[in-house]
Design a protein around this ligand. Structure first.
Ligand code: NAD
Ligand code: UDP
Ligand code: UDP
Length: 321
């Protein structure tokens, strides 16, 4: 698995930076491409001195010419707050970004992995979500730029496979959290932890009965690397996530308990098209990747709380930005 040159797009983001770190550890050269739309140099500063690591500032919606063996395509704002800020840019990143990275993979004969999302299932009527489920997605809602952008990217990956026999892999990532999350991406785990640590009100959108399944970062990265290593005929899509399902209210209570916080819980309006339930069926990942998550939510939250606690002390400005 080592000694390859690997391109990671979105490599300075939450997941991308950890992936770069892990690929370097396993003996690969890494080219990290990022336009710093939501990513931060802070995430990769510890890698900058490594001679096997190379950073390129570049927007994947424009063509890219590099020579590598493998491509992980992660470039894309991932939280609702970030991807809704500039929906047109989100679609361009998903669609033009996928076309360019697929064109690149085709030219150089590289394997290419797409980080897709559980959002392709929309507000799901099949529960838990299996890969065969086609989803329930609003094409013109506030989440559509991301949901439909990611669905179109899957179509592009599959079309390049059908037409050019490209070596493609698609993973559908369910909610993932951990150290390195952006403090202001508005996601539920980062919001609740920062609110709890500062004894500010915990903001539950709606009645808190909606569910999510939370996967710890390191578990997810391991699954992505295993997927890339599968033989040509394995293309996915494969769900990766933690099948433990929690209501948002349960998450709030757990965060309050683990931080020993004095925060009260307050309610805010539920955003439009907010999925009511989400839990991955990971039978395929277990069978094909011999993988399942090993970090329970409590343990993962403790590690994430440590990270945000340190970040608040080290760089309170960044936490407000
Ligand atoms: P993130 O926002 O931390 O990382 C995304 C990175 O992509 C950032 O560094 C950003 O600057 C970069 N980027 C955005 N647009 C770009 C462009 N046009 N050109 C180059 N770089 C660009 O988010 P993340 O949580 O690390 O997500 C990484 C990938 O995983 C995304 O594709 C996301 O859709 C997918 N994903 C994440 C989750 C999750 O829960 N974290 C769930 C499902 C899917
Ligand atoms: N592309 C790229 N890097 C490469 C090769 C291609 O960014 O090394 C881009 C190219 O600009 C094109 C896209 O990938 O827009 C799709 O390439 P493909 O060869 O599939 O299509 P074509 O060039 O025939 O339109
Ligand atoms: N949420 C919440 N309070 C917050 C942020 C999010 O109650 O401060 C809810 C949100 O409405 C959704 C769930 O938590 O039901 C997960 O939201 P997130 O933005 O993390 O990811 P999503 O899975 O919706 O893309």
């Amino acid at each position: 698995m080592g000694n390859r040159t690997v391109l990671v797009t979105g490599g300075s983001g939450f997941l991308g930076s950890k992936l770069c770190e892990e690929l370097l550890k396993r003996g690969n050269d890494v080219v990290c491409v990022d336009n710093f739309y939501t990513g931060s140099k802070r995430n990769i500063r510890h890698l900058l001195g490594n001679p096997r690591f190379e950073l390129m500032r570049h927007d994947v919606s424009f063509p890219l010419y590099v020579e590598v063996d493998e491509i992980y395509n992660l470039a894309c704002p991932a939280s609702p707050v970030h991807y809704q800020k500039d929906p047109v840019q989100t679609v361009k990143t998903c669609v033009h970004g996928a076309i360019n990275m697929l064109g690149l993979a085709k030219r150089i004969g590289a394997k290419i992995l797409q980080s897709s999302t559980s959002e392709v299932y929309g507000d799901p009527s099949v529960h838990p979500q299996v890969e065969e489920y086609w989803g329930n997605v609003n094409p013109i809602g506030i989440r559509s730029c991301y949901d439909e952008g990611k669905r179109c990217a899957e179509t592009l990956f599959n079309s390049y496979r059908l037409q050019c026999d490209l070596d493609i892999k698609i993973v559908r990532i369910f909610n993932t959290y951990g150290p390195g999350m952006h403090p202001n991406d508005g996601r539920v785990v980062s919001n609740f932890i920062l609110q709890a640590l500062q004894n500010q009100p915990i903001t539950i959108y709606g009645d808190g009965s909606q569910t999510r399944s939370f996967c710890y970062r390191d578990d997810l990265i391991e699954a992505m690397i295993r997927m890339m290593a599968t033989p040509h005929e394995i293309t996915g899509p494969i769900n990766i996530g933690n099948p433990g399902e929690f209501t948002i209210l349960q998450l709030a209570e757990m965060v309050i308990e683990l931080t020993n916080s004095k925060s009260e819980i307050i309610r805010k309006e539920l955003p439009a098209d907010d999925p009511k339930q989400r839990r991955p069926d990971i039978t395929k990942a277990k069978e094909i990747l011999k993988w399942e998550p090993v970090t329970p939510l409590r343990k993962g939250l403790e590690l994430t709380i440590e990270y945000f606690d340190a970040l608040l002390k080290e760089d309170p400005e960044f936490c407000r930005s």
